[in-house]
Design a protein around this ligand. Structure first.
Ligand code: NOJ
Length: 754
C-alpha cells in the first residue's frame, strides 16, 4: 500500500467514525426528537456531506419488483454503492429492503439510509375496493382505516413512503385514472384527502407502523384534455383554486409530508417546472415545508412537452421550480453539479432539497435504525391479518352502490335458485382492481361466486361464463340462456378488465366492453319476465343507458378487493343494507362528458318543464341530465326528509347558521343514510356553481326511526377565490338538505358582511 492509499484509508476511517458519532448522538434519545432536534441533527450530517452526496439524496430509482413506468437505467446498484442514490421505488418485502438498506448503510461513505417508496393506493397486500369505491362509502372513518391498514402492512414490508393519496378532482370518465381518485367533488375529495393522510401517517411518523403520505398529482392532472392520460390542461386561475387545488390544501392541513408533481402541462407550463404552482402557491402561500418529488421521468418529459431544450435544461427548470427529488429521470444525477458550476442553479437549492429529504428520513426514525421497517417476523405477523380481511369485507359492502332496484329484486333470499352468469363471476384477478400494490391476483381474493356460496347452497347456484370481458365470441350464450331458464333469478357479474382503468388506460368508449351488453339483451329477450340483477365491476362511470333499460337491479361494486366477494354477498343477501352514494356522475352517453353536478348555469339554462326548448343550453339528441347523479345511491329501505329548517334566514358573516332536517326511515330495513348539505351562491362577482356540497353526515336509522340532522354553516363555507384572493360576498344563498344532488332548492338565506 503506498502513502496515498494509506492516507485515504485513514481518512475514510475517520469519516466513518465521525459519522457514526453523529448518528449515535443524533439518535441517543430519538424517542422521538422534537423538530428542532431533527433540524440540528440534519445540519450536522449535512456538514459532512459532499455536493455529490447531497445530490444523491435528490435521486430516486426503481427496483424491479414492480414496473410502473419505462425503465431508464439498470445502473441503480452502481449509483447506490457510490452513495448517489437517496431513495428507491417499487421495492418491498422486509428481506429485499434490508439487503438494499445494508448496501446504503454499510457500503457508502456516510451510510445514510435509503427511503423506500411504493404505490400503496388502496391497500398493500390486503386490497380494499378501488379508491372511487372507497369514496362511495362517504365514510371518513373507513377511509382512515383503509390507509391505516395499508400503512401497517406496507411498513411491515419495508415500505417507508406511499405515493398516495391521489386527490385529483376528475370529471371525465374517459380518463382511466378516475378510478384512483375520490370523484368529482371538491368538498368530498378534500375531506377524504385528510382521512387518507391521517391514516397513512398516523399520530406520529416515529411510530413504526406509519409511512409518509404523498399528495398527488399537483396539479390539474384530472382535467386532462379529452380524458386522454398525460394530456394538456388549460384552466383559469379561479377554477384551479376553487376546484382543483382545495384537496391539496386540505392534505397540507392534515400534515402531509410530501407532494408529487403532475405529468400534465398547465396553461403552457408543465407542472414539473411550474414555479407558479410550486413556488408561489405551494411554498410561499401555503407554507408547505415537506419535499416534492417528480412523477416518474417527468423531468425528461419536459423536453417532449417542448418546454426544455434538452434534459440538462429540464433539470435546471425543475430544480429552479423547487422540485426536490427526481423520480427516475436521472437528470439531477447527470446535470445538477454541472449546472451549479455554470451558475445556472444555486447550490442552496440542493442544500434545501437534501435537507428536507433527510428530515423525512429522521422523522421516520431511519437514522436510529435503518432496518426498523424491515423485520421479517413483523412482516409475517402483519400481512393479511384476519381483522384486515374483515375490514376489507366491511368496506367492500359499504362501497357498493345500489344504482337501481325495482320490485325489490334485491335482496335475495337463501331459498332461491340462481343463474350466476358473466366473465367476472368467478374472477379472482380483476376483483382487486388496478394499482393494487403487492396484491395477489392468483387466488387470494374471494370471488363473487365464493361469497355467494356463504349464503346459498352450491346446488342452488348454476354458473355460466356467457362471454369474455372483451371478445367477439358468442359460443357461451346458449349455456347462459339454458341455466337462466332453470333459475329463479339471474345474477350477472360483468364489467371491465382491471387494466382498462388506471394509468395510461383512457377509453373513448365508456360502454361495457365486448359482447356483455348483447348477453344481457339475449337473456332479456329469451326471458322477458325473469328478474335480472346486474353486478358491475369497473373503474369508471360507464354508459349504462341500455343496461338500465333491461335489468331490474344494478349494484355497482367497482373492484371490491381481496374480500370483495364476501362484502358483495353480504349486500346481495341483505346482511348489509347498501348505503353507498356515487362520488361521481354517471352520464347517459359519452357525448355528455365532462358531466358533473356542480356546473355553472349558462345564460340560457333549460327549464325543467320544457327541457328541449330551442335556443337553450341543451342537446338536440340527449337530455342534459345524467343517468345517475352525484350523491345517488339506493338502500333497501326508504328515507324521508322533512322540510329544511334554518336558525335564521338572515345571517351575519361572524354568525353561525344552523340548518336542520328530520330524516325518517320509512321502509322495512334498518339502514344508513348519507345526508348531504348543498348551497348555491345566487349572485357573485364570479359565477358560482348551481349547487355545491358543503357538508354531509352519515347516520344510522332503525326502521321507523327519525333523527334530526343539523349542519352548522360558517363564513368559511361560503368563501371562494377570485383572482387569487379568498372572498366572501353578501347576498342571497339557496340551501338544501338531501340524499342526492338531484333536487330543487326551495329555501334561501341572506348573508350580510360584518
Ligand atoms: C406514475 C404515476 O403517475 C404516479 O402516480 C406513480 O406514483 C408513479 N408512476 C410511481 O409508480
Amino acid at each position: 500500500m503506498n502513502d496515498y492509499q494509506t492516507m485515504k484509508k485513514i481518512q475514510k476511517a475517520l469519516i466513518v467514525l465521525l459519522t457514526l458519532c453523529h448518528c449515535l448522538c443524533l439518535s441517543a434519545n430519538n424517542s422521538y426528537n422534537s423538530e428542532k432536534d431533527i433540524y440540528r441533527k440534519v445540519d450536522s450530517i449535512m456538514s459532512l456531506m459532499t455536493l455529490d452526496e447531497k445530490i444523491g439524496q435528490t435521486i430516486m430509482y426503481s427496483g424491479d419488483w414492480n414496473k410502473t413506468g419505462p425503465y431508464v437505467t439498470s445502473d441503480n446498484m452502481k449509483f447506490l454503492k457510490e452513495g448517489n442514490l437517496g431513495s428507491m421505488l417499487n421495492v418491498y418485502t422486509s428481506k429485499g429492503t434490508k439487503e438494499l438498506q445494508k448496501i446504503a448503510v454499510e457500503e457508502t461513505r456516510l451510510g445514510i439510509p435509503l427511503l423506500f417508496g411504493y404505490d400503496v393506493i388502496h391497500g398493500f397486500k390486503t386490497i380494499f375496493p378501488i379508491n372511487l369505491g372507497i369514496a362511495s362509502s362517504w365514510d371518513l372513518k373507513d377511509v382512515e382505516e383503509v390507509a391505516r391498514i395499508s400503512a401497517e402492512e406496507a411498513s411491515a414490508s419495508g415500505v417507508h413512503w406511499t405515493f398516495a393519496p391521489m386527490i385529483d378532482i376528475a370529471r371525465d370518465p374517459r380518463w382511466g385514472r378516475i378510478s384512483e381518485g375520490s370523484g368529482e367533488d371538491v368538498y368530498l375529495t378534500s375531506e377524504i384527502a385528510k382521512s387518507y393522510v391521517k391514516g397513512f401517517q398516523g399520530e406520529n411518523l416515529s411510530h413504526i407502523n406509519t409511512i409518509l403520505a404523498c399528495a398527488k398529482h399537483f396539479v390539474g392532472y384530472g382535467a386532462a384534455q379529452a380524458g386522454r392520460d398525460y394530456h394538456t390542461v388549460n384552466m383559469g386561475d379561479n377554477e384551479l383554486r376553487n376546484v382543483y387545488m382545495p384537496p391539496f390544501k386540505a392534505a397540507i392541513d392534515s400534515g402531509v409530508e410530501t407532494f408529487m408533481t403532475a405529468f400534465n402541462e398547465l396553461n403552457g407550463v408543465p407542472a414539473t417546472a411550474n414555479q407558479y404552482i410550486f413556488k408561489d402557491i405551494l411554498r410561499n402561500e401555503w407554507g408547505f415545508n415537506g419535499f416534492v418529488v417528480t412523477d416518474y421521468t417527468a423531468i425528461n418529459e419536459l423536453v417532449n412537452h417542448g418546454y426544455a431544450e434538452n434534459e440538462k435544461h429540464a433539470a435546471e427548470l425543475a430544480i429552479n421550480s423547487g422540485i426536490d427529488m427526481d423520480m427516475m429521470s436521472g437528470a439531477y444525477r447527470r446535470f445538477l453539479k454541472e449546472l451549479i458550476v455554470e451558475g445556472k442553479v444555486d447550490e442552496t437549492l440542493i442544500n434545501e432539497a437534501c435537507r428536507k429529504i433527510l428530515i423525512a428520513k429522521f422523522k421516520l426514525g431511519l437514522f436510529d435504525d435503518p432496518y426498523r421497517y424491515s423485520n421479517e417476523q413483523r412482516e409475517e405477523e402483519t400481512i393479511y391479518r384476519t381483522e384486515f380481511l374483515e375490514s376489507a369485507r366491511k368496506i367492500a359492502s359499504k362501497s357498493s352502490v345500489l344504482l337501481k332496484n325495482i320490485n325489490k329484486a334485491l335482496p335475495l333470499n337463501n331459498k332461491q335458485t340462481i343463474a350466476l352468469i358473466g366473465p367476472l363471476a368467478k374472477d379472482k384477478r380483476n376483483i382487486i382492481g388496478s394499482w393494487a400494490a403487492a396484491g395477489d391476483r392468483n387466488g387470494k381474493a374471494i370471488s363473487i361466486f365464493q361469497g355467494i356460496k356463504e349464503y346459498l347452497d352450491e346446488s342452488n347456484i348454476m354458473f355460466a361464463k356467457g362471454c369474455d370481458i372483451n371478445s367477439n365470441n358468442y359460443s357461451g350464450f346458449n349455456e347462459a340462456v339454458n341455466i337462466a331458464k332453470k333459475a329463479d333469478k339471474i345474477l350477472m357479474v360483468l364489467g371491465e378488465d382491471y387494466n382498462m382503468s388506471g394509468e395510461a388506460a383512457s377509453r373513448t368508449n365508456i360502454k361495457l366492453p365486448g359482447l356483455q351488453t348483447e348477453l344481457i339483451k339475449t337473456l332479456r329477450d329469451e326471458l322477458p319476465n325473469k328478474e335480472i340483477i346486474l353486478i358491475l365491476m369497473n373503474g369508471r362511470p360507464l354508459d349504462l343507458t341500455i343496461e338500465d333499460s333491461l335489468v331490474d337491479a344494478i349494484l355497482e361494486i367497482w373492484y371490491p378487493g381481496t374480500s370483495g366477494g364476501l362484502g358483495v354477498a353480504d349486500i346481495l343477501f341483505g346482511k348489509y343494507n347498501p348505503s353507498a352514494k356515487l362520488p361521481i356522475t354517471f352520464p347517459r352517453n359519452v357525448g355528455q362528458v365532462p358531466i358533473y353536478y356542480n356546473v355553472k348555469n349558462t345564460g340560457r339554462p333549460i327549464s325543467n318543464d320544457n327541457p328541449t326548448e330551442d335556443y337553450k343550453s341543451n342537446y338536440i339528441d340527449s337530455p342534459n341530465t345524467p343517468l345517475y347523479p352525484f350523491g345517488h345511491g339506493l338502500s333497501y329501505t326508504t328515507f324521508e326528509y322533512s322540510e329544511i329548517k334554518l336558525s335564521n334566514n338572515k345571517v351575519r358573516e361572524s354568525e353561525i347558521l344552523k340548518a336542520s332536517s328530520i330524516i325518517t326511515n320509512t321502509g322495512e330495513y334498518d339502514g344508513h343514510e348519507v345526508v348531504q348539505l348543498y348551497i348555491h351562491d345566487k349572485v357573485a362577482s364570479i359565477t358560482r356553481p348551481v349547487k355545491e356540497l358543503k357538508d354531509f353526515k352519515k347516520i344510522f336509522l332503525r326502521k321507523g326511526e327519525s333523527k334530526t340532522v343539523t349542519f352548522e354553516i360558517n363564513s368559511d363555507d361560503l368563501k371562494f377565490y377570485i383572482n387569487g384572493k379568498r372572498m366572501i360576498e353578501s347576498g342571497e344563498f339557496e340551501i338544501a338538505i338531501s340524499g342526492t344532488s338531484d333536487f330543487e332548492f326551495n329555501k334561501t338565506f341572506n348573508l350580510t358582511l360584518d
